[in-house]
Design a protein around this ligand. Structure first.
Ligand SMILES: [Zn+2]
Length: 115
C-alpha cells in the first residue's frame, strides 16, 4: 500500500503537508546501518547523521488494525523515487488549506478500514 498521509504526526515529521509512505510487510525489510527512533503515537525512524526521515512504524498507534505488521518507508528516502506510486490520501481531515492533492487519488478522512 502506498499513500500520502496527512496526519499531524506526519506533518511534524516532514515539516510539510503530508508524508508519502510506502507500506510493506515489516518482516520483508532488512535494515542495515544506524537508525534512531522517535516515539510518538507510532515510531518514526530517522538517520542519526543527517536527520532524514526513513520509516513510519504505525504498530503502536494501530495495534491489530489495518497496518499491523507493516512498516512504512518514507518515499522520499528511496534511491529510486519512481518506486513510489501513491494510491490513496489518508487522514485528509487534518489537511491544511495550502496542501495540494492529486484529485485522482481516493481520499479518506481518517485511516481506511481493511475492508
Ligand atoms: Zn501520518
Amino acid at each position: 500500500m502506498a499513500g500520502n498521509c496527512h496526519c499531524i504526526n506526519c506533518k511534524k515529521a516532514t515539516g510539510s503537508g503530508y508524508a508519502p509512505v510506502l507500506f510493506v510487510p515489516k518482516d520483508s525489510v532488512e535494515i542495515t546501518g544506524d537508525v534512531r527512533y522517535y516515539q510518538t503515537t507510532g515510531k518514526r525512524g530517522f538517520c542519526p547523521n543527517c536527520g532524514s526521515s526513513l520509516f513510519e512504524d504505525p504498530a503502536v498507534e494501530n495495534p491489530g488494525e489495518f497496518l499491523s505488521g507493516m512498516l512504512g518507508i518514507c518515499a522520499g528516502s528511496l534511491d529510486d523515487l519512481s518506486q513510489y506510486k501513491p494510491e490513496i490520501d489518508i487522514f485528509t481531515s487534518r489537511s491544511a488549506t495550502w496542501e495540494c492533492m492529486d484529485p485522482n487519488l481516493p481520499k479518506f478522512s481518517e485511516m481506511p478500514s481493511p475492508d
